[in-house]
Design a protein around this ligand. Sequence first.
Ligand code: SF4
Ligand code: SF4
Length: 430
Amino acid sequence: MKIKTKFFCRGVHIDDKKSLSAGCPIRDVAAPDSVAIALSQHIGKPAKPVVAVGDVVERGALIAEADGAVSANVFASVSGKVIAIERRPLPRGGETDCIVIENDGENREVSLKPLQEITPDSVRERVREAGIVGMGGAGFPTAVKLSPKTPVDTLIVNGAECEPYLTCDHRLMIEKTDEIAEGAKLLALALGVERVIVAIELNKPDAIAKFDGVDGVLVAELRKRYPMGSEKHLIYSCTGRRVPPGKLPADVGVIVENVATALAVYEAVKLGKPLVDRVMTVSGEGVKEPANLRVPLGTSYRYLLDLCGGETDDASTYIAGGPMMGATLLSTDFHTRKTDSGLLVLTARQASIAAPTACIHCGRCAEVCPMHLLPMDIDFYTLAGDYDMARDRGGVLNCIECGTCAYVCPANRALVQSIQMCKQKLREKR
Ligand code: SF4
Ligand code: SF4
């Protein structure tokens, strides 16, 4: 059944470029010769290795365990031998320890023990055990979200996928409808909520049609507007509730989970499968054969691009994630993680941006900001080194880094970079 939705007035319309890969069914990727599995694939402390160099593991074996409450278990995505535990770079900067496994090609696999009983406690424990985190990009350990400190009455399954180019959630919704609905119901059981809403943008009518009529699930048809998939805007659109600054969705009685997370929960509870792979989109005009791929975690980006026919002659810029919130890469020497939904390659013409000029005080960035902030003031005070004013006058701490302000700025100001730097400086001061 469909529900009435509300509409937030800011944000922007973007050419979504989804037609490049929306019609590509999910393909299972053959495991590569080796994988480098990061110990930090989530918000919180990196996991602690429980294997050593020389150990032989099976696909699905625990190789690193959660270190504390906000952390997540990590599993082998191929069978083979651990050949190194070493530092590797992360797409957004910094490094993490990775467990490198040489694939023996034998595809030996282990599963989690079958659950004797499906209860709220057993589902929560299984989600924790399986290392499931928010797969929409946030990477917050899902088991923690399943124990909210305030009462909740609604679960929203986020199928908005408002970032241009990305179509992996869209394909999951039409190819794995029943499994996602099952996973959502298991999440609802763990949370003790009865209202489950699957929220989908109107540019995915086939996905809306698939969920409309699924028993026990409400469907919210969302108008197409970026950043519709941001938690706060999604909650407002589906329930009319506003999450106050500094508060969490649970404070207004809502938990939001991505469709891929709901599928992972289904697979962990019903099939005993820990989180060892995910579906991601490889797309952009710089890729010869855009695709949606089910990828073993730890697979190199280079391997994925080669599977998609490689880059076009005018390929120039690589992005991990979508073009609005993703990270521009200096190389393809990275490996997939639980939170990776896309790998894009843009052409030189698309990626060329004129050099920034002085702010002309047109106010467009403030007009479109979905968080009602003053991006030009944040930029001004940040560049002046007055981070407190950027916080107090510009509201930088409420910024969701959606990139909408930079998208419309006629002066090509690097607004998001200013915002990120300001937040970092304020963190250092704290
Ligand atoms: S200031 Fe932040 S929230 Fe507002 S448009 Fe810019 S990036 Fe998005
Ligand atoms: S959109 Fe750009 S030029 Fe216009 S006020 Fe904002 S920062 Fe200045």
